[in-house]
Design a protein around this ligand. Structure first.
Ligand code: SF4
Ligand code: MG
Length: 286
């Protein structure tokens, strides 16, 4: 274990024991010490506190995988759904109860593998939910198979001679699908992660946070150290209002930029539903 990883493990364990964290959960996280997922979890705790969201108005939804445990560790309503199905479940909840804050947490395999068909439709329809994609470039819960974001050439349990598939870029996908808020963050940067999660939850519309969240148990290629070497903040004069520009920055591999890539205001699906309800009231069939 590298020095950086050891320090992260110790800090993570200390954070997990704080009173602040305990206020926001009833169940202790069961993730491996050092797992990147602790940071976005802490981000949700702090974001809901900053935004004054009561647990009775908060819903956490997940699919399957290590990230699927997320709802257990947050006080509020939770739905641990099927593999890749966090987004449609969250969409239904938000349409039925638009006053609730709905957050989906999912992994890379869950979100752009088996659930890859749901992501574009929630984004294009501007469903007012927050989607945290916890990307460790591997299937962690099932002990280390390549995922849709594993780098080409990566050795894994299923690719002993190296991955021969090319990786997807979830941030680029979110942008091209029409997400109205897109950010990328490294789970080593706790303050920035909290800030991104807060902005995402506060955003009206489909907000997406791509969290680079290493699996310390099964991915020996995409690590805290390897990510640290490649990432850089967006330029200080970067303005996240240009879609084409945002895609160019999201696509950059060297460096991999973190920060808010894109943000725009647009009516949500629930807004359009209200318009339809108003029209229905005036319809002669009613
Ligand atoms: Fe996290 Fe990997 Fe452990 Fe799963 S197996 S909890 S992703 S470190
Ligand atoms: Mg994964």
């Amino acid at each position: 274990m590298s020095l950086l990883t050891k320090r992260h493990v110790i800090e993570g364990l200390q954070r997990a024991k704080t009173n602040k964290a305990q206020q926001h959960r009833d169940v202790l996280p069961t993730w491996c010490p050092g797992c990147g997922h602790f940071t976005p979890l802490q981000g949700v705790y702090e974001a809901t506190e900053r935004l004054n969201i009561h647990p009775k108005n908060l819903v956490l939804v997940s699919g399957i995988g290590c990230s699927g445990r997320f709802p257990f560790f947050v006080k509020g309503f939770g739905f641990h759904s099927l593999h890749g199905r966090g987004i449609p479940v969250a969409t239904g909840i938000k349409i039925a109860r638009p006053e609730l804050t709905v957050v989906v947490a999912g992994g890379d395999g869950d979100g752009v593998g088996i659930g890859g068909g749901h992501f574009p439709h929630a984004a294009r329809n501007n469903i007012d939910i927050t989607y945290l994609l916890l990307d460790n470039s591997i299937y962690g819960l099932t002990k280390g198979q390549v995922s849709p974001t594993s780098p080409f050439g990566m050795i894994s349990a299923t690719t002993p001679y190296g991955n021969i598939g090319y990786p997807l870029n979830p941030s680029t996908l979110a942008l091209t699908y029409g997400a109205t808020f897109v950010a990328r963050v490294f789970s080593r940067d706790r303050d920035e992660c909290t800030e991104m999660v807060t902005q995402a939850i506060a955003h009206k519309g489909f907000s997406f946070v791509h969290v680079l969240s290493p699996c310390v148990e099964f991915n020996k290629f995409v690590t805290y150290g390897s990510i640290r070497e490649t990432i850089a903040p967006l330029p200080s004069d970067y303005v996240p209002d240009d879609h084409v520009h945002a895609i160019q920055y999201a696509e950059s591999a060297s460096p991999v930029y973190h920060g808010v890539l894109f943000k725009t205001a647009k009516p949500t699906y629930s807004d359009h539903m209200q318009t339809v309800f108003e029209k229905m009231k005036g319809s002669p069939t009613n």
